[in-house]
Design a protein around this ligand. Structure first.
Ligand code: ZN
Ligand code: ZN
Length: 413
């Protein structure tokens, strides 16, 4: 099981001026950022670099980054300006989130602010230069393991413990370098509260609950939280089955698409699937016609950047399952990654041996609650729909069997 308690996720926060731009960034290990921006790790040197906090609660730091805007005169700001800036932003955050109101702790504000302010400008040690090459290898491996995934920190730790135990202890530094290299995004699992200005812009939604970044639902529930110490830490109920997505939880998301890179020209000139490709599956004429239409859709050049959608509607007992085999074959033969998802665990279990038999040379991961293959990286994935939240842009073909959501659909193949 995921460790829900765990230690409090604290992160570093800093600003830096690179060329014409001020950036505000989160850090899982500020030593990595110091080496990156000031010791040549990035190949470009920050003109200014200033630590705003070394151990801030993730939800607040993440909100600060989301709401960061360059202000006039920043180039001339000294530490005291940045201290005042932090103070101002924290007050804004607390007003927006209603945390203080919920905790009845108005007096706490000044104290917390002063404590954080005291950190502004303190320069951390850089990551040891002698260990940098090893860190680069660790970051590359971690980015590879998390490719096509979005995971809470606890899930990422479980995945690494399973697949790359050598990264288990130092994963935060490796993840930070992967983040700086643009291969991993790091945020709080819930979006921060809307500021007054944003709320005015979204007329009609008076007081918005934060949105869950993992599943997209609004997270209206609040509980006392052992991890961050808040009396009312927001969490998402909709995706609770995969571990608690909390305001104070870290979400790691792969930045590079997980599927096989495929340029448009290649896709456009893809050879239309032949009759022979369909014959292998022993389909009826009606099944063949439907599968051929779906294949023609897959083979056509994609319009625009967005993924295409194709609806195959068939009544119960029409043999939908057989019809998806040629589609899977088409993608898998081209080195792509495919997913078949259904809301029902029993359908997953029934389909797994059939897919394994149909595609004996293809790696298959079967995912459902309690599955031992939950971190397996395979070309073909079969999963309950819940498990999809652990993936992010990971597949070239996604087949979702929605009709099986109906519990009385007992004749379904
Ligand atoms: Zn959620
Ligand atoms: Zn919390």
């Amino acid at each position: 099981m995921e460790n829900e308690g765990g230690e409090q996720m604290k992160v570093g926060l800093y600003v830096c001026r690179v060329r014409e731009e001020w950036k505000m960034m989160l850090s899982l290990d500020v030593r990595v950022d110091v080496a990156w921006w000031l010791e040549g790790g990035s190949g470009q040197r920050a003109l200014r670099w200033l630590l705003l906090g070394r151990e801030l609660p993730l939800s607040q730091a993440s909100w600060m980054v989301e709401n960061f805007e360059m202000e006039r005169g920043m180039d001339q700001w000294g530490e005291e300006h940045w201290q005042a800036y932090m103070q101002r932003k924290l007050e804004k955050y607390e007003r927006a989130s209603g945390d203080l109101e919920a905790r009845g702790e108005i007096a706490g504000k000044a104290r917390i602010g002063a404590e954080r302010g005291a950190e502004v400008g303190r320069m951390p040690e850089p990551y040891p230069a002698g260990e940098w090459a090893q860190l680069e290898r660790g970051a590359a491996l971690l980015a590879e393991r998390l490719r096509g995934r979005q995971l809470l920190a606890a899930e990422a730790e479980a995945l690494l413990a399973d697949t790359s135990p050598q990264l288990a202890s130092g994963w935060r530094a490796a993840a930070q370098l992967a983040h700086l290299r643009g291969r991993l995004s790091i945020t709080a699992a819930l979006e921060g509260p809307a500021t007054q200005r944003q709320r005015l812009a979204w007329l009609g939604r008076a007081r918005s609950a934060p949105r869950c970044r993992r599943c997209g639902s609004f997270a209206g529930q609040r509980v006392p939280c052992a991890a961050c110490g808040l009396a009312a830490c927001a969490y998402c109920e909709a995706c609770l089955a995969l571990g608690r997505s909390r305001a104070c939880a870290l979400l790691l998301r792969s930045a590079a698409p997980g599927g096989v890179p495929r340029d448009a020209s290649q896709r456009g000139t893809a050879v239309a699937p032949t009759e022979g490709g369909l014959a292998r599956w022993g389909l009826s004429p009606a099944q063949s016609a439907a599968a051929a239409a779906a294949l023609a859709f897959l083979a056509q050049p994609s319009a625009g950047d967005g993924p295409g959608r194709f609806l195959l509607w068939a009544v119960t007992g029409a043999g939908k399952t057989e019809m998806i085999f040629p589609l899977l074959q088409y993608i898998l033969e081209r080195g792509g990654r495919a997913l078949v998802a259904t809301p029902r665990r029993d359908v997953v279990l029934e389909l797994a041996p059939r897919l394994a038999k149909a595609f004996p040379d293809i790696s298959l991961a079967t995912l459902y609650g309690g599955s031992t293959e939950r971190w397996k990286d395979a070309q073909l994935t079969l999963a309950t729909t819940h498990q999809l939240m652990r993936f992010y842009q990971a597949f070239d073909l996604v087949i979702i069997d929605e009709l099986d959501a109906f519990p009385y659909d007992i004749n379904s193949k």
